[in-house]
Design a protein around this ligand. Sequence first.
Ligand SMILES: Cc1ncc(COP(=O)(O)O)c(C=O)c1O
Length: 451
Amino acid sequence: MPNSALRVRSSSWSSVRNDIESFWLPFTANRSFKARPRLIARAKNMHYYTSEGRAVLDATAGLWCCNAGHSRDPIVAAIQAQAAELDFAPPFQFAHPIAFETASRLSALAPGDLNHVFFCNSGSEAADTALKIALAYHSAIGQGSRQRLIGRERGYHGVGFGGISVGGITNNRKFFGSLLSGVAPLPATYDREHQAFSRGEPDWGAHKADELERIVALHDASTIAAVIVEPMAGSTGVLPPPKGYLQRLRAICDKYRILLIFDEVITAFGRLGYAFAAERYGVIPDMITFAKAVTSGSVPMGGVIVRDHIHDAFMSGPDHAIELFHGYTYSAHPLACAAAIATLDLYRDERLFERANGLENVWADAFHMLQDAPNVLDVRTVGLVGAVELAPNPDGAGVRGFEVMERLFHEEGMMARISADTIAISPPLIVSEAEIGEIVEKLSRVLKKVA
Ligand SMILES: Cc1ncc(COP(=O)(O)O)c(C=O)c1O
C-alpha cells in the first residue's frame, strides 16, 4: 500500500469496523483461523461458550491457567472490588498493602526457605527475571565470572530473549538471531524407546542429569550461573521427569554451587497434585518461577520466588540505593494481587490441589485407554495432565495434530492443545469423573476420524 493511502489521523472514534484482519493472533496459524475462526465469547466453570452459545468443554484450563475453573464468583468479585478501591499504584519506590499479602501467601505455600517474591506479569517475564537474578546474585557475592546459563532441549521458558536462549524449541529460536551467548543445553529427558506409555514419572532416564557433569567439566563451574528446567516439560508435549532426575540435578548443582531454577509456570498450583512440583519431587530449587494459575488465568501475573540466601545477598550497600535494577510497571498490579488472593483462597477452601492428587489414578486409567486408538505412538500422564502422541501423517509434521484440534472444537465441542502431533490435555482441577470420561470419549471419536 502506498504511504499516501495510509490513514494520517491517528484514530477514528466513530465508524470503526470490527475487522477480523486487524488482530494478529499469537502462536496461531492466522490465515487458517480467519478462514474458520474458533471464537470464544463466554466461560463458566468447566465450559467455554461460543458467540452462538455452543458449549465447549475446556480440557486445557485455557492455556494451563484456569485451574479453579472459569469466571469463578469469588475471583470475579475480588477483581471488581479492587478495581473500585485502587486501580493502580506505582511499584517502584511505592507499594500497596495487598502486594505484601500476596507475596506472604505465596511464600507460605512454597517449600523450604523460598520466602521472597519478585512480581512480574507473565511466564516469559518470570523466566527472564529469574535468569537476571541469577547473574546479578553471583555478581553480588563476588562470583561475577559465573555467567553461563544452562537450559534443556525441548524446554520452554517463554518468548523473551532470555527464555528463548535457554529454551530448546527450534522454531522459537531460529528466526531471532544469535540469542544470548554462553548458553549450554542439557539433553531432553524423553526417549520413547525406553519410556513409552508412562504413568507418572518414567523409570528410565535419571542418568540424563549427569550430562551436567559433562558441561561442568567442559566449561568449569566457575563460569556457570544457573540451570533452568521445567520439572515437567509441558509445551513440548508433556514430558514428566524420570524418577530421580530432579534430585540428581539438585545434587550436582549443590556440588558446584550452581543455582537451580524450576520453571513452574505450568506445574505450580495443583497441576501435579501439589502447590508446586518442587513439593511433589521433594527438591527445593533456588528459585521457582510461576504465572498462569496463580490468578486462575483471570488477570495476568507472574513472579519468581527466591530463597533467603539469594535475596539476602542483595540487601547491602547504602540504604537509599536500589538493590536490583529490574522490575515492571505492572509488577504486583492491584487487580492481579486481588485475583491471586481470591484464587489461593479458592484452592485452599475447595482443596483443589488435594483433589487433583486424588484424581490422578482415575485420570491415568481413563486416559491410557487412548493407547488403542489409531496412529498413537505414546500416551503419557502425570498429575492432571495427559498427552497422546500421534504419528505424523504423510502431509507433514503437525497436520494430523491440527486436524484433531479443529475437529474437537467444531465437531465435539472440546478445547484441546496441540504441540505438533501431540495432543496435550490439562483440565481445570474442578473436572468431574464424568467429565474425564467425556474428554476421553471425545478424543477417542476424533482420533478414529483422523485415522
Ligand atoms: C514453563 C513455561 N514457562 C514460561 C511460559 C511463558 O509464559 P507466558 O506465555 O505467560 O509468557 C510458559 C507458557 O506456557 C511455560 O509453559
